[in-house]
Design a protein around this ligand. Structure first.
Ligand code: HEM
Length: 136
């Protein structure tokens, strides 16, 4: 994989569909017990992934493949671990002690991916073209 904008966009939109389905389920069942899962799936999964897609598209046209792949994997493994852990916790399917390590590791993975993105952006030379430089 050389370009990461499209994969980020597609996976992010899938998180968006799942998050909104969960929201619609909560609203229609009048059971809001999974609102924390819903909020994390939409904010960390959907919105942050679409933001990362935009960052790749605008600022990282030639990302360092190893860093970009590590950043991508850390983000998505983190999101899936976090959302699964929250779902099990807020659904009352497992005791908190059983799921806390999963939540801790996935939170650190999401944070590590944010720091990796920060480093990739800082060390990329790309700046957006100004209106004067853009072709008419
Ligand atoms: C189909 C669209 C959506 C539906 C049907 C929906 C439904 C819900 C419901 C029923 C709750 C629980 C409210 C409560 O018990 O306090 C909730 C909470 C929440 N939703 Fe959504 N939602 C939708 C889209 C979104 C989107 C697009 C986002 C953000 C990107 C979002 C972010 C949140 C957040 C942050 C909370 C927690 C609010 C709190 O702290 O009480 N939702 N949503």
């Amino acid at each position: 994989m050389d370009q990461f904008d499209r994969p980020y966009l597609i996976v992010g939109l899938i998180y968006g569909v799942l998050g909104m389905l969960l929201g619609i389920y909560m609203a229609s069942s009048q059971d809001h017990g999974q609102y924390v899962t819903h909020a994390h799936l939409l904010l960390v999964g959907f919105l942050l992934s679409v933001l990362y897609a935009t960052m790749h598209r605008l600022w990282l046209p030639e990302p360092k493949r190893l860093f970009a792949m590590l950043q991508f994997l850390a983000h998505h493994l983190g999101v899936v671990g976090m959302v699964t852990g929250l779902f099990l916790l807020y659904g009352g399917f497992v005791p908190p002690a059983a799921v806390e390590p999963v939540l801790a590791i996935s939170s650190l993975a999401v944070l590590a991916s944010l720091i990796l993105m920060l480093m990739m952006i800082v060390f990329s030379r790309r700046t957006l073209p100004t209106a004067a430089q853009s072709p008419a």
